[in-house]
Design a protein around this ligand. Structure first.
Ligand SMILES: [Zn+2]
Length: 241
């Protein structure tokens, strides 16, 4: 193998390691953010359900209050009915009768209201129980995800440590001038190397003169993409023994 091809292989190995570092660092940054977004969505849902629960509690209290009124009215009705038995005076009888009618009308109104509140409460309780179950399941999922993310972040930390350790020996095997070129391109655009297929740069996807692409079978020096400036290589040329 020619010296240039050998150097290109080493540069590619370096790039492969650096791409891996980049991927791991991106994952390291993305995972906690995704987890936080997920947690926030679930918290939001939970607070909506909590609010609805509180609202339902108010309705239940209102219904209980109406039931207390009804009970009082029913007791009064009983008392008035008892009292009526002892009334002899026609005028008073009529008055008691009138008050009794009023009480019965109010009791009937309260009864109707209680019935409709009971339907409402039952319906909402059913819906809220379902939502609460969904929220509970999501909270569990958040906790599971949290554990997964924690584990993955530890793995990433270890992988990064290993890959970073591998970089200096790789660099040591590369010609200093080539390494400088690689580094100066990498600072501006990463990755700094691009494969070529059918005279197209694999990273910027622009075409190049066929003579340039042909030279990659046996490059006389480091060749660079006329468009993006990346160091070019031909996969199949580097595969040869
Ligand atoms: Zn290019």
């Amino acid at each position: 193998m020619s010296k240039i091809k050998d150097q290109l292989r080493r540069l590619l190995a370096l790039q492969k390691h650096e791409l891996k570092i980049k991927r791991l660092e991106e994952e390291q940054e993305k995972l906690p953010q995704e987890l936080e977004d997920f947690r926030r969505d679930v918290e939001k849902l939970k607070s909506i359900v909590d609010e609805e629960m509180a609202h339902l509690q108010e309705i239940v209290q209102w219904r209980d209050e109406q039931e207390r009124h009804l009970k009082e009215e029913e007791e009064q009705i009983q008392k008035q009915l008892e009292y009526m038995k002892q009334v002899n005076d026609a005028r008073e009888y009529l008055m008691v009768q009138k008050s009794l009618d009023n009480l019965k009308r109010r009791a009937k109104e309260h009864e109707g209201e209680i019935l409709s509140l009971m339907d409402k409460v039952e319906e909402r309780q059913k819906i809220l129980a379902e939502r609460q179950a969904e929220v509970d399941a999501l909270m569990k999922k958040v906790a599971r995800r949290e554990a997964e993310v924690k584990k993955r972040l530890q793995e990433i930390e270890q992988e990064l440590e290993q890959v970073r350790k591998d970089i200096p020996p790789l660099e040591a095997d590369i010609d200093k001038a080539y390494l400088r070129t690689y580094r100066s391109i990498a600072r501006k655009r990463f990755p700094p190397m691009a494969s070529v297929e059918n005279t197209i740069c694999g990273v910027c996807h622009m075409g190049m003169p066929p003579q340039l692409a042909n030279q990659l079978y046996n490059p006389p020096e480091l060749l660079r993409c006329p468009h993006c400036g990346r160091i070019l290589y031909m996969e199949e040329a580097l595969e040869e023994a």
